[in-house]
Design a protein around this ligand. Structure first.
Ligand code: ADP
Length: 400
C-alpha cells in the first residue's frame, strides 16, 4: 500500500497527515498530527494513529526541528517514512496568485515562483515555503506537490475577479480577487453531480464552506464564476474571528479617529471581529449555548452572520440564473442544523425547501437535506482538504 504525506505549514505550526489516497473519504487517516508553538520555549507535537493519541512536549526551535521530531514520533509508532511507502508529499500553499491554476510538482523554479508571491500572502507563503524546504531535505527522493488554495478560482471571469479601483494601481500591486478554500470548494462541488444524477457540465451550484474561516462559491459546470473571499481571506462572509465584508472607509476612520496602526487594524479585523467580536466566542457550539441562555450579544452575532450568508446566497442565485444545488460543508456547515435552516428559511418561492427531519439527522457523510419536491437540492457534503491534496499529490507524482 502506498501513502501520501500531506503538510500544512503555518507560521508557528505544522499539520500533517499520512493518507491512503484511495481510502474512503470518511475513513480516519493512517496518522495525523500537529506540531505547535514552533519557536516558543515549550513546543508540543501530537500524533494520532490507530485510535490512540501520543504527545511530546519539547522545545521546537524551527520548522526543520519540528518536522524531524514529528517523523521521529511517527517512526516510534511505525507510521513514519521508514515504515510506510510514502509515494508523494502534498503541500498546502495558500497563495498561488495569477501564477498557479493547478497543483504543481515542486522544483526549484516553482519554489522561486511561490516566493515571488510572498507580497500577496506575507504571513502564509513564507511558512508554506519553510515546510516545503524542510520536507524536501528530509524526503529528497519523493516527489513533492504544491496544491494552491487559490487555484480553483484562477479562471473566474474578469467581471467577478476585478475590483473597481484604479486599474494601474491594481495591476502594479496584484490587487484582484483570488479566492481561497479552493481545494475544499472543488472537492465538495465535484461530488454534487453524482448526488443529482446529472453530468458535471449541466450543474449550476453554490457551495458554502462554513468553518472557522468561511467562504462561498458560485460554480457553473464545474468552473468557479464567483467567490466571497477576495485578494485576502478577510472578505465576504462573517467568520469566527474575521469581519468579512466591511466598508473600506471604516479602516480610514479608525486610523484617523482612533489612531489605530495598520497592524492594530489587521489584528482587529482578522482576530477580534466576526462572531467573536460581536459575542465573545467564535465556536458555534458555544454560541448556541449562549443563545439558548438568551444572551443578546450571541443572538445578535448569529443574526449578523446569517444575514450576510443570505446576502451571498441570493446574489449567487442571480449570478447563476438557474441553481441545481446548494451544498453546506466544513465544521459549521456539516454540523450546525440551525445555521443551515436559517440560511435557507423562507425561500420556498425560489424552489428551496429544507426537510426539517433530514436536516436534523446527525452528520453521517454526504446527504440530502431538502424535500423530495425541492426544485433546488440542498446537500451536506463533508469536506476533506487533506484527502484532496493527497490525491493530487499521488496523481501528479505518478504522471511525473
Ligand atoms: P477551520 O476553518 O479551522 O478548518 P472547521 O471547518 O474545522 O474549521 O470548523 C471549525 C468550527 O466548526 C468550530 O469553530 C465550530 O464553530 C464549528 N463546529 C464544529 N463542530 C460543531 C458542531 N457539532 N456544532 C456546531 N458547530 C460546530
Amino acid at each position: 500500500m502506498t501513502y501520501a504525506l500531506v503538510l500544512n505549514s503555518g507560521s508557528s505550526s505544522i499539520k500533517f497527515q499520512v493518507i491512503d489516497p484511495h481510502a474512503d473519504a470518511e475513513a480516519d487517516p493512517k496518522a495525523s498530527g500537529l506540531v505547535e508553538q514552533i519557536g516558543e520555549p515549550q513546543g508540543q507535537i501530537t500524533l494520532k494513529t490507530g485510535g490512540e493519541k501520543f504527545t511530546l512536549n519539547t522545545e521546537i526551535p524551527d520548522h526543520s526541528a519540528g518536522l524531524s521530531l514529528a517523523f521521529e514520533l511517527m517512526e516510534e509508532h511505525q507510521v513514519g517514512p521508514k515504515d510506510l511507502d510514502i509515494s508523494a508529499v502534498g503541500h498546502r500553499v495558500v497563495h498561488g496568485g495569477m501564477l498557479f491554476s493547478h497543483p504543481e510538482v515542486i522544483t526549484d523554479e516553482i519554489i522561486d515562483m511561490i516566493r515571488d508571491l510572498i507580497p500577496l500572502a506575507p504571513l502564509h507563503n513564507p511558512a508554506n515555503l519553510d515546510g516545503i524546504e524542510v520536507a524536501r531535505r528530509i524526503l529528497p527522493d519523493v516527489p513533492h506537490v504544491a496544491v494552491f488554495d487559490t487555484g480553483f478560482f484562477h479562471s473566474m471571469p474578469p467581471a467577478a475577479a476585478l475590483y473597481a479601483i484604479n486599474a494601474e494601481v491594481a495591476l502594479n500591486n496584484g490587487v484582484r480577487r483570488y479566492g481561497f478554500h479552493g481545494t475544499s470548494h472543488e472537492y465538495v462541488s465535484q461530488q454534487v453531480p453524482a448526488l443529482l444524477g446529472l453530468p458535471a457540465q449541466a450543474v449550476n451550484q453554490i457551495t458554502l464552506h462554513l468553518g472557522n474561516g468561511a467562504s462561498c462559491a458560485a460554480i457553473r459546470g464545474g468552473e468557479a464564476v464567483d467567490t466571497s473571499m477576495g485578494m485576502t481571506p478577510l472578505s465576504g462572509l462573517v467568520m469566527g474571528t474575521r469581519s468579512g465584508d466591511i466598508d473600506p472607509g471604516i479602516v480610514f476612520h479608525l486610523a484617523r479617529n482612533a489612531g489605530m496602526s495598520i497592524d492594530e487594524l489587521d489584528t482587529l479585523l482578522n482576530k477580534q471581529s466576526g462572531v467573536k467580536g460581536l459575542s465573545g466566542v467564535n465556536d458555534f457550539r458555544e454560541l448556541r449555548k449562549m443563545i439558548e441562555a438568551e444572551n443578546q450579544d450571541a443572538w445578535l452575532a448569529y443574526n449578523v452572520y446569517i444575514h450576510q450568508l443570505r446576502r451571498y446566497i441570493g446574489s449567487y442565485m442571480i449570478a447563476l440564473g438557474r441553481v441545481n444545488a446548494i451544498t453546506f460543508t466544513a465544521g459549521v456547515g456539516e454540523n450546525d442544523r440551525y445555521v443551515r435552516a436559517d440560511a435557507l428559511a423562507g425561500l420556498e418561492p425560489y424552489g428551496i425547501k429544507i426537510d426539517p427531519e433530514r436536516n436534523a439527522a446527525p452528520n453521517t457523510g454526504a446527504r440530502e437535506i431538502s424535500t423530495d419536491d425541492s426544485a433546488v437540492k440542498v446537500f451536506v457534503v463533508p469536506t476533506n482538504e487533506e484527502l484532496a491534496i493527497a490525491q493530487y499529490a499521488v496523481e501528479l507524482a505518478n504522471r511525473g
